[in-house]
Design a protein. Structure first.
Lengths: 328, 813
């Protein structure tokens, strides 16, 4: 008999609002404590100490408007956050400081999370949805100079960008951008030419989230429908559907592949987390703890694989932390 | 004249020879003289008289005196009018030696040799010189009524040529021949009169033979008038000379038989402008007083009016009159729906013919009558009438506001609506009637459209099909052992488990999912927990009555209604009291009031329905005759096995019907019927500021009356039924002349259920007088009501009463 699914290792309570984004920062050496950042609907970014399971600091930089993206830039001292006040802020958290060092006014009213890619020491590229509804803008940080603006062809009717991912095949090679759009398609963009290389209709509904494995050149996307779509990118930079996987309940709000590319987790509108093997998309576990829509899932970046964690944030104000398949 | 001079002695000689009994030679000479004179037309007045006398004596002469073969020719070759008259006289009062069948034979030949056309041509020529009108009148009735005369006499032995369906086409052919001659003589510069032909046509038409005679005439005339203006003039004249009293039949015949408005215009010319009677028929009678004609007839008629500048003023006049009728509230109330459909069609066709400047000139009138009309149509309680109003109003508004905003209603698009709308599109004037292929084409175009869309869809959907797993990925996820996923089921929001929780959710919860789940679960909860429901029944009924659709749940209305019914059946008396009191209180929408009525009916039905049928099915399974399929319900099987074992081990000493009988249970409606019924019937005549049943809320009144009918029907075999019947009879009496047919239908249903429910004895003892009054009212309705359904219902009621009488007779006697 298969084992019953595990319970969460622990649960973080106290955001007092729906949790929209999570980001681990556990890669540091002792005496650094592992940290989890969470962004919630009331505009606060909570910095959770994973040793004590308590909030170290609550950052308030988005005018009490929902924070829906938090990422670190390098170490845990530099943070980037995106909120519904249409701003992307960078934070300096070193030595107990909690100040916003810089901010970008996106003028975008959507929910599209920005995507960050380190291109050199101290230099990042950031892709974000721009002011015009169907455009994506790529900036260089920290200089905030615009690298390019990606505009779909006239009459393409892709709709708003819903999710973005900047990636490059290997360090130093040409950065590329994958973007999921409102009409259900995923588009691969070449940044230097500002041109779409390939487009694939993965869903009939807007793409809610996707993740992409650049080693296997394979990605997985979810929408409000009952299916996950797995697609691949061939050598000619063409996107193709690889297979689809049917779900029990409709609606996926977030998908993350674990950094070691072995498993992936989805956050469902049905309050459940689902774990799949990445190679064959074998269903592995259904984690049923939350009592409302799960908004985000994130895997930790522990150096030691056995310590690895999975975190999920939900509309029920809770963050559940799981230890699952950490031995393999 | 010289040749004709030889005729008189020949006639005298033939008459004399006939007296002597050897007429063969004399008659032969007569025929030769007639031929030499150039046929019967050459006969003068005197000769005609002599010839008539000769024919009469021929008809009286003994068979031997009549030379076979020759005497018949005399009838056929002599003046056709005389021949026909004498033959018909002989047929009517045959002499001892002249058999009717002989006369019929000669008549048959007379017809086949085309003597009828000769007769008409004869009269036409005489008319030009003013012949005697009496004679013409006599001939006219002889010609048109020939089939009747012959068949009256010969009864079953009537030869087929005299059957009306054969005779009148023949007559039509004869008319064409005469017209041909008239056309020739006109071309030759000679004058001649067409009026006798018109009379024949008119009389045949008024006798109801339009189909036969015009079936021949119209196609021929269509061909002949195509490019010949003399023929056109003849044709116009033909119709114009029809006497007024027959004009309607002729015009209607033409309008029905002509394949298109352009042809009709060619055949009738400007008849409606010249002839008052024809104008009345076309603009009033066919449009406003009759409604049995097809759409094609309407299109012909109105297209005809539109095709000529002289007639177009009539078109606008007709439209105004149609709109007046359409917009009159009394017409909407009292005329049958079929007529309203007809008038609506006519309006739409008129609109399709109107041109921009004409609309401009009467825009204001159109607007006013549209506003009035749409108001009284929307007021109607029949959905068909309401929709008619919407469609016509939309069409008018789209015509008068070509650039501004137009009226737009929401209604169900069905075949009728589509047909009506298609009328608004002007069909090209040269193919009006064969509109069927046109419609077909439209449908095909419609069908083609989704096809294109579908192919689009499949194009976008195509990439979703998985690419073949040709991947050389040999490694798999096998090292990852899955956990148990059996709990991964479709998500259901947890519905409340207690009734009181439901109340909380329904009144104050912001959680939409929970609210939805509650609405869905409420009915079963109520049914499972009757005791808990009774504690809060009235409160729950109140909440449900005011519950509005928060989110888009499928079948919300039905879910709510089922919950309401469940509450009402669980605790009937207080809830019924509450609902009936709310029906007559302030501040409810009509929708809510009708909901109350629906719920009362459904609950009453449920209460009166024997529960045993639904619940104790296993008793049915015992019966050997009903072999149920092996059910999945294991408990049932278990029960059956136990029952069978008991049966096999038990010895029964008594045999009786007890075994197969269904378990009976008390009728739960019996004790509460009055609570449902009486509060509803009490206050109908007391208007509130927001609710006036006897005034403009007659639709709700109709529903109320229907509800009462159902409640009465369901109350059969209850104690209160007699009192209810009496009250209902009074109620019906008070409303019997209501103008709304929906209300009247309800009243008649009330009478039906009353007759079915109240025991016959009580009916007779307690309400004899009322019943007699009702009976006479029903008789009136059967005869006079404009609504077909009302008449049918009333007739059924009368039959019910008859049956009742029959049932009672043995008891009384």
């Amino acid at each position: 008999m298969a084992l019953p699914p595990p319970d969460p290792q622990f649960v973080l309570r106290g955001t007092s609002a729906a949790v929209h984004t999570l980001h681990f920062s556990c890669g540091g050496q002792e005496p650094d404590v592992p940290i989890l950042f969470s962004g919630s609907e009331n505009g606060f970014i909570h910095v959770w100490n994973l040793k004590t399971h308590r909030v170290d600091v609550a950052l308030d930089g988005h005018g009490r408007k929902s924070v829906y993206c938090v990422q670190t830039m390098g170490g845990k001292d530099r943070l980037l956050s995106q909120g519904r006040d249409q701003r992307i802020c960078t934070w300096d958290l070193a030595e107990g400081r909690t100040s916003v060092t810089d901010s970008v006014f996106t003028e975008n009213v959507g929910f599209c999370r920005c995507s960050l890619l380190k291109v050199a020491q101290g230099r990042w590229l950031m892709a974000m949805a721009a002011k015009a509804t169907d455009e994506v803008q790529v900036l260089e940080l920290p200089s905030k100079t615009s690298v390019c603006t990606l505009k779909p062809e006239v009459g393409a009717k892709l709709g708003m960008p819903m999710c973005l991912k900047l990636w490059q095949l290997s360090c130093g090679s040409q950065p590329l951008l994958l973007a999921g759009y409102e009409d259900g398609s995923v588009v691969l963009w070449n940044l230097s030419m500002g041109k779409a290389l390939s487009q694939l209709v993965c869903h009939q509904e807007p793409v809610m989230s996707f993740d992409f494995d650049s080693e296997k050149a394979k990605g997985i996307s979810g929408s409000s429908e009952k299916v996950l779509s797995i697609w691949s990118l061939d050598e000619q930079q063409n996107l193709q559907v690889y297979k689809t996987h049917k779900l029990v309940n409709a609606g996926i709000s977030d998908i993350t592949i674990r950094p070691d590319k072995k498993i992936l987790a989805t956050a469902g509108w049905d309050h459940r987390l689902r774990i799949f093997g990445w190679k064959k998309l074998k269903p592995l576990a259904v984690l049923d703890y939350h009592t409302a829509t799960v908004h985000c899932v994130s895997f930790s970046d522990h150096k030691n694989p056995s310590e690895r964690l999975l975190a999920a944030g939900s509309k029920d104000h809770r963050i559940s932390i799981w230890s699952i398949y950490s031995q393999t | 004249m010289a040749a004709a001079a030889g005729l008189e002695p020949a006639l005298r000689e033939a008459a004399a020879a006939l007296e002597r009994g050897a007429a063969a030679a004399a008659l032969g000479a007569l025929r030769a003289a007639l031929a030499a004179a150039g046929g019967s037309a050459a006969l003068g007045e005197r000769e005609r008289a002599l010839f008539g006398a000769l024919l009469r004596s021929l008809a009286r002469a003994p068979r031997a005196a009549r030379p076979e073969g020759v005497w018949q020719r005399c009838f056929l070759e002599g003046p056709p009018g005389l021949g026909l008259c004498v033959l018909l006289e002989a047929l009517a009062s045959p002499g001892p030696s002249f058999h009717p069948s002989e006369a019929a034979e000669v008549l048959e030949q007379f017809l086949q040799e085309g003597r009828i056309s000769a007769l008409m041509w004869d009269v036409c020529q005489q008319q030009a010189q003013a012949g005697s009108p009496e004679l013409q009148e006599a001939l006219l009735s002889k010609v048109v009524c020939l089939p009747d005369h012959v068949s009256n006499k010969l009864q079953g032995k009537n030869p087929p040529v005299f059957f009306p369906q054969n005779y009148f086409p023949l007559l039509g052919g004869a008319i064409i021949q005469v017209l041909q001659k008239i056309s020739d003589s006109l071309r030759g510069g000679l004058d001649c009169s067409i009026s006798f032909v018109s009379h024949v046509l008119g009389k045949a038409c008024v006798h109801g033979r339009q189909k036969e005679i015009l079936g021949v005439l119209v196609p021929r005339l269509m061909d002949l008038t195509k490019s010949d203006c003399i023929w056109q003039r003849i044709c116009w004249r033909l119709v114009e000379c029809v006497p007024d009293r027959w004009m309607e039949a002729v015009v209607l015949g033409f309008v029905q038989r002509t394949p298109g408005a352009d042809v009709l215009s060619r055949l009738l010319g400007n008849l409606v402008v010249k002839n008052k009677k024809a104008q009345f028929v076309v603009t009033q009678k066919l449009l406003l007083l009759q409604y049995c004609h097809t759409t094609a007839v309407l299109q012909n008629l109105l297209g005809y009016l539109a095709l000529d500048g002289l007639r177009r003023p009539l078109l606008t006049k007709v439209l105004q009159e149609l709109l007046e009728t359409w917009g009159s509230s009394s017409a909407v109330k009292h005329s049958p729906p079929e007529q309203q459909l007809y008038i609506s069609k006519a309006i739409l066709i008129c609109l399709s013919h109107l041109k921009e400047p004409e609309i401009e000139s009467c825009r204001q009138e159109l607007l006013t009558s549209m506003m009035e009309g749409v108001k009284c149509h929307l007021d109607s309680s029949l959905p068909q009438i309401r929709r008619l109003g919407m469609i016509v109003a939309e069409s008018i508004s789209s015509k008068i506001n070509t650039d501004g905003p137009v009226l737009k209603f929401q209604y169900e698009e069905d075949d009728e609506a589509r047909e009506l709308k298609s009328l608004l599109v002007q069909t090209p004037p040269f193919c009006v009637v064969p509109s069927l292929p046109d419609d077909d084409r439209n449908e095909k175009a419609d069908a083609a459209l989704p096809l294109v869309l579908e192919s689009d869809k499949s194009h976008t959907a195509a990439p979703v099909t998985p690419v073949e797993e040709s991947d050389a990925e040999l490694d798999s996820d096998d090292d990852l052992i899955p956990y148990d996923m059996s709990e991964d089921k479709e998500l259901k929001t947890k519905a409340p488990v207690y009734i009181r929780d439901c109340i909380e959710v329904l009144t104050g919860s912001e959680d939409v999912d929970k609210w939805e789940a509650t609405v869905k679960a409420l009915e079963s909860l109520v049914r499972k927990n009757p005791a808990a429901t009774r504690e809060v029944s009235v409160e729950l009924a109140k909440i449900l009555l005011h519950l509005e659709e928060k989110t888009c749940i499928e079948g919300f209305v039905e879910l709510r209604q089922r919950a309401q019914v469940a509450v009402l059946t669980t605790d009937p008396i207080p809830v019924a009291k509450y609902l009936t009191s709310q029906f007559y209180s302030l501040n409810y929408s009509l929708r809510q009031r009708m909901d109350i009525l629906d719920v009362l009916v459904l609950a009453a039905r449920e209460l009166s329905y024997p529960k045993s049928l639904g619940k104790t099915k296993h008793s049915g399974a015992q019966k050997p005759c009903i072999q149920l399929l092996p059910g999945s319900d294991s408990s049932k099987d278990w029960r059956r096995i136990v029952d069978e074992r008991i049966k096999s081990k038990t010895r029964r000493f008594a045999t009786g019907p007890s075994q197969g009988e269904l378990a009976s249970s008390p009728n739960e409606f019996s004790s509460v019927a009055g609570h449902f019924f009486f509060p509803l019937i009490q206050h109908f005549d007391r208007p509130l500021t927001t609710f006036d049943l006897l005034g403009e809320d007659h639709f709700v009144l109709g529903r109320l009356v229907h509800t009462l009918a159902v409640l009465m029907y369901l109350a059969v075999n209850t104690v209160a039924v007699t009192a209810m019947g009496k009250a209902l009879l009074e109620f019906v009496w008070a409303l019997r002349f209501h103008t709304d047919s929906y209300v009247r239908q309800g009243l008649l249903s009330c009478i039906s259920s009353l007759l079915l429910s109240v025991p016959a004895q009580h009916l007779l003892e307690d309400m004899t007088e009322e019943l007699l009054e009702t009976q006479s009212w029903l008789g009136d309705v059967v005869e006079k009501d404009p609504d077909g359904d009302c008449r049918k219902l009333a007739l059924q009621n009368l039959l019910l009463m008859e049956n009742l009488k029959k049932k009672l007779e043995p008891v009384l006697s």
